[in-house]
Write a protein that binds this ligand. Sequence first.
Ligand code: ZN
Ligand code: ZN
Length: 625
Amino acid sequence: MAQAAAVIPSAFLSRNHPLLSLLAHCGNSLSHIHCVHAQLIAAGLSSHPFAASHLIATILSSTSSSTGLSYADAIFNRTENPTLFTFNTLIKAHSSSFTPSLHFFRTLLLQSILPNQYTFVFLLNSPGITFFQAEQIRGQIFRRGLLSNVYVVNVLIRIYGILSEIKISRKLFDGFSPRDLISWNSLLGAYVNSGDVGTMRQVFDEMPSRDVISWSTAISGYVQAGFFAEALEFFHQMQISSRIMANEFTLTTLLAACASLVAVNQGKWIHTYVIKSKITINPKLLAGLIDMYAKCGELDLAYNVFEQENHWKQTICPWNAILGGFAIHGQSTAAINLFEKMTTAGVIPDKVTFVSLLQACSHGRLADEGKFYFNLMLKTYNIQPEIEHYGCMVDLLGRAGKLTEAEDFIFRMPIPPDAVIWGTLLSACRIHEENEMVGKIANIIKHLDSKYVGCQILLANIYSKSGNWTEAGRIRTNLIRTKILHKKKIPGCSSIELNGFFHQFLVGDRSHPQTKQIYAYLDDIISVRLNAAGYVPETREVLMNIDEEDKETAISRHSEKLAIALGLMSTTSGSIRIVKNLRVCRDCHHATKLISKVFSREIVVRDRIRFHHFKDGECSCRDFW
Ligand code: ZN
Ligand code: ZN
């Protein structure tokens, strides 16, 4: 309870009080703050609103740790008549989550203290706010006449964007003047969140002036919507048309675009830009660089960057980035060694760490190690497994051929298994040719709630694979009729970067300017060079009701084959890098292995699941993906 100290009016206590000026010299040391606090208690000043406010502000500016937060809260609870400044300091300090911020806001209202613009800005900036809560706060803002305050309105524009209420953001923006650059940037951000890249671009073009945030926001808009090549193009425009330097955020976003496109040359260019511009490499940018190199197939370069920038070794994200790299490249032993090194260095793993670690164990078929780390996650690190972790475990057991154990594992899951989990077990059954179990799973999927669209699609695929086109067609028609499934499936799409230009191919694509040459070259590869090497097309994977000959033609036009043909035609040495949005089919995998041997070229393909390094007729995935 609050000590019954005599309250000295604020007028008698100023920053110049010897104890309060001591606070200014405490720096980031909590123990120094403790000493001054002890002296304030001795002087009977610790619960004085002015002294307590300064004490709380000093603690919170020195640390954002949970220890610091609880220490500040404890002082607050003992403060008599806390001031608006104290509340604002606490709301701001707790702004990593909405619930505690809201708690202090409510307490403030109960004490009949009038909130000001800072209160609302700090409160709205706390993530996790719901639409209902935002509306209530907007009501409070309106009642207090603060809807004319530019800071408050700018935050509201941004928040409604995050809440996907773009119409409200737009209305707030349109009905407000004078707007500043932040208002424009907030609106731009709102369109990014809504995924409306077209209007985002319109707003960008209409802006009276732009800063690095405007450019970065627009670039991240393109990346979030999956327009990676456009994002890189936009960055080039930024360099040509403005004197604005990219910042860490811009570059991290661009690296994500490079990673998605496997645009290693552009990625390297950005890395050089970072070094030459002397941009501080923060943990996120570092993780972005590592991730870019790893996803572009340059795992050694990724690891070099990780090792060189070792001043961030106490932060989790660079570790997770390199671990994720080891996982997609199937480097299971390296991943396990890295995990051990990380925990020895005192870095606490999080759920992302375990997803990568389990994936790595799975790709290396290390079932026992995977089980060990799955248990370690909960027992030692108290991390509740989520659906991704369960998915990894099913994959791990499935790959190791422990199908019954995988099935038991699914039945014992405390959360309902989703279509992905059943699909994982199903593909394992298919690979191990456990046809009996395939039938059993198909039956389970059939009886699952029809709202699990993924399961229904999976089932349709099972039927079409077994040649039961009638049943497969019935499910698809049903899904289309209920408007759950669009008529168009996601088309397979592969891309290749050649001299800084991207070439994208869909299945059977004929839009490329060199299309004639590509098809002729591909036909030659298949009918002459591959056939001589003993190639027989694998037509089992084509999920269409067409006859064998057509199947063969469809398969020979798969997007990755077209991209590989262009790569081989256009270059004489070095590795060929392809990225594909879907899983590589058996036939393309088989054909690529042979191409790597016949042409003595290394081919690196990143599909939706993992990396495949094709060399001398073999693939790094050992035919299991
Ligand atoms: Zn294919
Ligand atoms: Zn492979």
